[in-house]
Design a protein around this ligand. Structure first.
Ligand code: SF4
Ligand code: SF4
Length: 325
C-alpha cells in the first residue's frame, strides 16, 4: 500500500482483509492470555505457518513436534505453499497480519514525516538476503535446542502475544516499528524468514505480474509504486522473490491492460480484485478442509500465560473473548 494515492476497489479490499487478519490474530493472542494454555486456548505459536519450519529438525529426528507447535502449523504451512504455488506470494500482500502492520506504519509515516527513507541500492542488494540468514539461524538453533528458540526474538510474537515481561520483546517491537516507519516494508524485505520461503516458492508459482512491452510507455510509475523496489517497468514477467502480489503496480499503471496478472504470457488474466479473492478463498478453503478432516490439532500451551493478566483486566476481557470461563 503506497499511502496517499487514490483508493481503488482492490486497495479497499486488501486493507479490509488485512485489518481483519490483524483483528483475528489479536483476538487469538488476547484469548490465549485470558484463558491460558491450560484453559484450552491454544498458544499463538500454533497459528503460525513458520512453527512447522521450526519443528522440522525435531520432526525429521523422529521426536515429534516441539512445544506449542502442532499439526495446525503444518496445515497452515501446506495451505500457504499451495496458495503461493498457484497465485504467487499473495499471502504476504493480502493476508499476513505482520505485513498489514508494515503497511499501517507506512501510512502513519506518510501522514507524519512524509516519504520513506530509501536505502541505497548497493546496501539494499546486500540486505535483501538478510531474511535467508535469519531463516538459517532459526532452523539451526531450533534444531540444536529442539524448541521454539526464535519465540523470544520474534517481533510478530512479541506484538500479538501480549506478554511484555522483559525488555527483549519491547525492544524488538520498537525496532521493527521504527524500521517500518522509516523504510517501506522493512521487516518483510530484509528480515522475515517466512517471506524468504514464500518469495522463493512464489518465483516458481504459476501466476505472475506480466508487462506488455507494446502498450508500455516506460513511465516507470509501476516501479515507483512497488513497495518491494522491483523494477517492474524493465521486466516482462515479475519473477522476483520480493513480489507480494500486492497489485500496487497494476493500480498505478495509467495504461489499462499493459500490466496483467496471469499464468503465462498468453494465459488467462485475473483482475487484481479476483487475485485477492482467490487468495483468501483458497487459503481458508484449504484450512477448512483440513479442519473438517480432523487434521487441525494445535500444540498444547503452558499454563502461565493467563497469569500475566491483572485480575481486573482478566475479568473484563473474559466477558468479551471467553464468556464461558
Ligand atoms: S511487482 Fe507489483 S505486485 Fe509485486 S510487490 Fe511490486 S507492486 Fe506489488
Ligand atoms: S506504469 Fe504501465 S506504462 Fe508505465 S512503465 Fe509501468 S507498465 Fe509501463
Amino acid at each position: 500500500m503506497r499511502p496517499g494515492r487514490r483508493s481503488t476497489r482492490p486497495r479497499y479490499l486488501r486493507r479490509i482483509v488485512q485489518l481483519g487478519m490483524v483483528a483475528l490474530i489479536a483476538y487469538i493472542g488476547v484469548r490465549h492470555q485470558v484463558v491460558g494454555g491450560s484453559g484450552g486456548a491454544a498458544p499463538l505459536d500454533s497459528f503460525c505457518p513458520f512453527g512447522a519450519i521450526e519443528s522440522l529438525p525435531s520432526l525429521l529426528g523422529g521426536m515429534g513436534f516441539i512445544s506449542k507447535v502442532g499439526t495446525s502449523n503444518l496445515v497452515l504451512l501446506g495451505s500457504l505453499g499451495i496458495v503461493t504455488l498457484a497465485l504467487g506470494a499473495s499471502f504476504c500482500g493480502w493476508l499476513c497480519p505482520f505485513g498489514a502492520i508494515q503497511d499501517l506504519l507506512a501510512w502513519i509515516r506518510f501522514k507524519t514525516i512524509g516519504r520513506a527513507y530509501v536505502i541505497p541500492k548497493r546496501v539494499h542488494n546486500v540486505l535483501k538476503y538478510g531474511r535467508w540468514l535469519v531463516l538459517g539461524v532459526i532452523v539451526y538453533m531450533s534444531g540444536r535446542y529442539l524448541s521454539l528458540w526464535f519465540a523470544d526474538y520474534d517481533p510478530f510474537r512479541a506484538l500479538f502475544h501480549f506478554k511484555f515481561e522483559s525488555w527483549i520483546p519491547i525492544a524488538l517491537v520498537a525496532g521493527t516499528v521504527l524500521g517500518g516507519l522509516l523504510v517501506e516494508r522493512f521487516w518483510c524485505l530484509y528480515l522475515c524468514p517466512l517471506g524468504a520461503l514464500t518469495g522463493a516458492v512464489g518465483v516458481f508459482g504459476f501466476t505472475k505480474v506480466r508487462r506488455d512491452g507494446e502498450g508500455c510507455t516506460d513511465c516507470s510509475l509501476c516501479s515507483r509504486a512497488c513497495p518491494s523496489r522491483i523494477q517492474v517497468h524493465r521486466l516482462t514477467a515479475v519473477a522476483d522473490e520480493h513480489c507480494t502480489m500486492c497489485m500496487e503496480c497494476m493500480d498505478s499503471c495509467p495504461r489499462p491492460g499493459t500490466l496483467k496478472v496471469s499464468t503465462g504470457a498468453d494465459g488467462e488474466s485475473l483482475r487484481p480484485i479476483a487475485l485477492g479473492i482467490a487468495t483468501i478463498a483458497l487459503f481458508f478453503a484449504l484450512i477448512g478442509t483440513a479442519y473438517s478432516m480432523g487434521w487441525w490439532l494445535p500444540g498444547a500451551g503452558c499454563g502461565g500465560c493467563a497469569e500475566v493478566v491483572p485480575s481486573a483486566v482478566h475479568a473484563a476481557a473474559a466477558t468479551i473473548v471467553a464468556p464461558d470461563i
